[in-house]
Ligand binder design. Structure first.
Ligand code: UD1
Length: 339
């Protein structure tokens, strides 16, 4: 049984990926510092898969902890690195914390992996590296543009660090550029758990329907899109998790064509904010209290993936629809709130 370390394995995408890895016969070690997650997620994962993943509480910013972790698991076959901060606004207020957690920890991890002779690495990147792309849908050849936040920059710099480290140190790396991950596990046992007021659209939608938020603000309806609201590529988190299983297998089977590869992970379909709201209302039967407000600074008009490379090279395709994602997100919100 191949053994995979999943950093940030109790977070939103990490927990779903742990489930998919276990269900595909991998042994998973979950690494998390619990800074934005709950240890109870370990038992929730276990209740879905029937297998308890080993949990390692480790803070990747502390080199000694990383060294000891990798020494304990020098028999691992690969590592998927989700652990990172991800709030755009917060990153503007705390840029140094973002560089420490997202870049310094990455460097520690890579150095200690190199020292142990470990070389299969999957990186969580983001479509944010493309900014407002000139051409849609966005292919992997679309230029990476200067980031408009420290968070976005940590993803770009992280990719550069990896790209330069592969040739020097014999690493094999796949960077996965996620579009907008949404939804939850269909069992409603794991999902997104935003702290405080959600910043992303879908958790705000489900919390509004659950009565926790009074009103959903739609950030601008004067964009150059068919209904005037921004367009994004919302991908179900279970589809996204499955792509990681395929990417891990590619590295383990030595099927990667270059030591550093990049793939866009999206559905290929753009949906506007109003389409997301309508999808949610349709599948939940709830009516959302919405108000059109000012644009949110920093938002791009439209971003959706060209998924040809992931489809053809990885042999992976998103299977779930926006309605599936909304239904699962709602089931999860109701489970969390005891509704
Ligand atoms: C955001 C980040 C992006 C990050 C991603 C991680 C910004 C500007 N971008 O992407 O860098 O990689 O999260 O998940 O923060 N919207 C509303 N009302 C709301 C919330 C959102 O209308 O209450 C709209 C936004 O204007 C946007 C769309 O919904 O058009 C999606 O927003 P969001 O879920 O925050 O994702 P992104 O902005 O695409």
């Amino acid at each position: 049984m191949a053994k995979i370390l999943v950093t940030g394995g109790l977070g939103f995408i990490g927990s779903h990926t742990t489930v998919e890895l276990q269900q595909n016969g991998y042994e998973v070690v979950v690494v998390d510092n619990l800074s934005n997650s709950d240890e109870k997620v370990v038992s929730r994962i276990t209740s879905i898969t029937g297998k308890e993943p080993l949990f390692e509480k480790v803070d990747l910013r502390h080199r000694e902890e990383v060294r000891a972790l990798l020494a304990r698991h020098r028999d691992m076959d690969g590592l998927i690195h989700f652990a990172a901060y991800k709030a755009v606004g917060e990153s503007v207020e705390k840029p140094l914390e973002y560089y420490e957690n997202n870049i310094w920890a990455l460097v520690c991890l890579l150095q200690e992996m190199r020292n142990q002779g470990l070389n299969n690495f999957i990186f969580s990147s983001s479509c944010t590296v493309y900014g407002q792309a000139k051409e849609l849908p966005i292919t992997e050849h679309s230029p990476v543009v200067p980031a408009n936040s420290p968070y976005g920059n940590t993803k770009q710099v992280g990719e550069e660090v990896l790209q330069q480290a592969v040739s020097a140190h014999g690493l094999n790396v796949i960077s996965l550029r996620y579009f907008n991950p949404v939804g939850a596990h269909p069992t409603a046992k794991i999902g997104e758990l935003p702290l405080g007021v959600p910043l992303n659209l879908v958790p705000f939608v489900t919390q509004t329907a659950a009565g926790i938020r009074k009103q959903l603000s739609v950030f601008g309806d004067d964009y150059d899109t068919p209904d005037g609201t921004c367009i994004r590529d919302y991908i179900h988190v279970v589809d996204l998790a499955k792509a990681h299983v395929v990417a891990v297998k590619r590295l383990l089977d030595k099927k990667n064509s270059q030591p550093y590869e990049v793939f866009n992970l999206g559905t290929g379909k753009g949906s506007s904010v109003l389409e997301v709201i309508r999808s949610f209302e349709r599948v939940s039967g709830e009516k959302l209290n919405c108000k059109i407000v000012e644009r949110r600074p920093g938002d791009v008009t439209a971003a959706y993936a060209d998924t040809t490379k992931a489809n053809d090279v990885l042999g992976w395709k998103a299977e779930k629809s926006l309605d599936d994602a909304m239904a699962d997100a709602w089931r999860w919100e109701k489970a969390v709130r005891g509704l």
